[in-house]
Ligand binder design. Sequence first.
Ligand SMILES: C[S@@+](CC[C@H](N)C(=O)[O-])C[C@H]1O[C@@H](n2cnc3c(N)ncnc32)[C@H](O)[C@@H]1O
Length: 324
Amino acid sequence: MNQFLNDIFIKEPKIIEGVYIISEDTFDENQNQTNSIFSEKWEEYDKEEISEQKKLFEFQKKWYLDLYGFNSEANFKEFLCSKKFILDAGCGLGYKAKWFSELSPNAHVIGIDFSDAIFYAQKRYSHVENLHFVKGDIADTKINDNCLDFVSCDQVIHHTEDPFKTMKELTRILKSKNQIALYVYAKKALPRELLDEFFREETKKINSEQMWELSKQLTDLGKTLSELNVKIDVPDMPLLNIKGGTYDIQRFIYWNFIKCFWNHELGYNTSVSTNYDWYAPSNAERYSKQEFLDMTNKSGLSISFLHDEEACHSGIFIKENISK
Ligand SMILES: C[S@@+](CC[C@H](N)C(=O)[O-])C[C@H]1O[C@@H](n2cnc3c(N)ncnc32)[C@H](O)[C@@H]1O
């Protein structure tokens, strides 16, 4: 085992297929279901055409820079270069952890995920010397206090059983005055929230074949609406939390009524996979901006950069000296 991992983890983890194991399963029913969904999603996506994967990974990296206020990859590289220990909390297939390891070749980068995606990540990137994959719960990392120079938790915390507990755990393992990148789903309009809430319960009762079928139907709906190329003017409807303005019809239905993702550039299969990971996991909490900020504040974090868009709230936060 790498000496530095020995220093970071409270107890030496066992290793299976090159992956460090800190915990393999959970008694929380919803977290368990969420892990299975992501194991399946990433297993499917691992088989996807390389060209489609490449487009998604490039799209995601570009978006990451916007979400966390870096004006270019060079700017992000400069930020990372002083970091020795970097954590990608909830790394999925590990492509962002791999990106961090390239941008910061002198750092050790650890990617943790609770799903079996971690084994695919390890297979993909086993040749990268400064990259290490760990299977476990980011709400209970078994990492010592104040160890890490940068924690990135991108598009993950709302999928954990208790996001506030997870945030406090990620703050605990971060060194004081260092940065954490956090992202949560934003609360949407009332009709969409009601349907999403209802449907996440329903999806627990259906099998995965049906879930993939539904994801294809949602993609077809999104594609059909998008190809109409119709714009509509919508009044403000504050009681329904629907913002007025001129919308493309697909975007209007998407943001306010039902998630029917379609992105021509990313391709059909990536769009299906995106719809799948919206309705399938039981754990998928949404937050208002104030709720997000209250949670970061109570975790002992101060704001360094904030970003809002319809889909999410994100930002870079600094660990204060005194933990709350
Ligand atoms: C939407 S994916 C995002 C993956 C990656 N961060 C990215 O941006 O591509 C959410 C990931 O969080 C992982 N996850 C959910 N709950 C977790 C937990 N408690 N501990 C570790 N990983 C978790 C899932 O297995 C999944 O791979």
